[in-house]
Design a protein around this ligand. Structure first.
Ligand code: ATP
Length: 453
């Protein structure tokens, strides 16, 4: 469901910046790379951690009705039968008997009907070599224990949600939460995607941030659904994602999972031919998941509503957002090339929200003499106790500013000739380029104030 966007395609530039500056590298690059798997470098890991912290704070720490969880990736194989993934988490695929390549059956590049003699392979061009479509499960399989037989097959989880469902009563009883309440977790998920791509947009190993909110089926569950839709959209806005690049997409009856009562995606406009794409799903799942786990495990997963002396299986409102896909949206959103008044060379800026920026301030002695590096080093180590900072004394000051603009560092602190005389420094704002002189003793306080907004 892509659309041509009015925003430019900056993906190629981002891939190159991400590699050059240590945000994201291709996995196992020296061996030619692994298909659609990526590694986060020094700046990328900080950016992703800041993003996950914002989600965790908003969804768990700031609320008294959502509890955190960190369930294991490997689960009992019956979990995936109950969830419907063994039977239904499939894509129809066709194989070419000549070149051995595999395609999605609905790949628009295939000419003719797969399986028929006139169907043409989009890779090798042979006719009549494409098989009939066969269902291919997207779950990664492995074996648990020393014997590699069908009885020891386990799956790498394709979503984190099931870890929450199977722990529903453990969490509820240990925390004495009352419905309505939620359980949230951040963790890796694995899908053997057939058409991965677009950098970290669709990968085979990724991180999800999911929350399942349990509500009374006889109560105001649709109001909770609307509440979470609004909350989650607001969260994306507060990350700095541009208003006009965000929208809701309502699942129509064909898209809607058979058990779902309502589903909306939050979409972001990634620019170019990718256009608006899902970054988060907000789903009303009814009692499907807990109901199925009751059936498959033979254990009751009912909530006891003591004041009303009622037992019931709650309904679930789910919010499910990809950490990597949101991180890509943030990079696309932040990337800017611009001219600077009075300078020949333009600059590249990542206008990331300060709370997300991997480095909060660059510290620069104007020149490498007259006590400036000593004062700057002292200041950098003091600041490091509070924020990630980067000390840089090499090259012209303009170049040093540019290097930090490009990775999204919101502030630059410069120690110049005046600094050593009167213990003042200048603080430069990444976005406005304004410079202000302040007392060196106030830098922590000023940065803290500005980073809090
Ligand atoms: P899509 O239709 O894009 O494959 P989905 O509807 O299967 O996504 P969900 O199962 O609802 O996705 O997963 C919730 C979120 O997890 C998505 O909104 C997305 O941000 C993220 N996600 C899902 N699959 C991937 C993937 N292969 N790579 C990166 N992120 C993913």
């Amino acid at each position: 469901m892509s659309s041509i966007s009015t925003f430019p395609d900056v993906m190629e530039k981002l891939v190159s910046l991400a590699k050059r500056r240590g945000f994201i590298f291709q996995s196992s690059e020296i061996y030619g790379g692994t298909g659609s798997v990526w590694d986060y470098g020094p700046l990328g890991v900080e950016l992703k951690k800041n993003l996950k912290d914002r989600w965790w704070n908003a969804m768990v720490r700031m609320r008294d009705d959502v509890e955190g969880l960190d369930a294991a990736i490997l689960m009992h194989p019956r979990v995936w039968e109950a969830s419907g993934h063994v039977a239904g988490f499939t894509d129809p695929l066709v194989d070419c008997r000549n070149c051995k390549r595999r395609f999605r059956a609905d790949d628009p590049k295939i000419k003719g009907t797969p399986g028929a003699p006139d169907a043409q392979c989009p890779a090798c061009g042979m006719k009549g070599t494409l098989s009939e479509p066969r269902l291919f499960n997207l779950m990664f399989k492995t074996f648990m224990g020393p014997v590699e037989d069908t009885a020891s097959v386990v799956y790498l989880r394709p979503e984190t949600a099931q870890g929450i469902f199977v722990n529903f009563l453990n969490v509820q009883q240990s925390t004495r939460q009352k419905v309505p309440f939620g359980i949230a977790q951040i963790g890796k998920a694995f899908r053997n995607e057939i058409t991965p791509g677009n950098f970290i947009f669709r990968t085979r190993e990724f991180e999800q941030m999911e929350m399942q909110f349990f509500v009374d089926p006889a109560g105001n569950h649709m109001e909770w659904f609307e509440y979470w839709k609004a909350q989650r959209m607001e969260w994306h806005r507060l990350l700095g994602l541009r208003e006009e690049r965000l929208q809701f997409h309502q699942h129509d009856p064909q898209e809607l999972a058979h058990y779902a009562r309502a589903a909306f995606d939050i979409q972001y406009d990634f620019g170019g031919s990718l256009g608006f794409q899902e970054v988060e799903g907000v789903h009303h799942r009814g009692d499907f998941d807990l109901g199925r786990h009751q059936e498959y495990s033979g254990k009751k997963l009912e909530y006891f509503d003591q004041p009303n002396n009622r037992r019931y299986v709650p309904f679930v409102i789910e919010t499910s957002v990809g950490a990597d896909r949101t991180l890509l949206a943030l990079l696309v959103n932040a990337y800017r090339e611009e001219q600077v008044a009075g300078e020949d060379e333009g600059r590249t800026v990542l206008a990331l929200h300060p709370s997300l920026a991997p480095v909060k301030a660059g510290v620069f002695p104007l020149v490498k003499k007259d006590g400036m590096p000593e004062m700057a080093t002292r200041l950098a180590s003091e600041l490091r106790r509070h924020f990630p900072v980067f000390y840089d004394e090499s090259g012209a000051i303009g170049r040093r500013y540019r290097r930090q603009d490009e990775v999204g560092t919101p502030y630059g602190i410069t120690i110049d000739g005046q600094s050593t005389a009167d213990q003042t420094v200048t603080i430069r704002d990444r976005d406005t380029l304004q410079q202000e002189r302040i007392d060196a003793t106030r830098v922590v306080e000023v940065l803290r104030e500005r980073l809090a907004t």
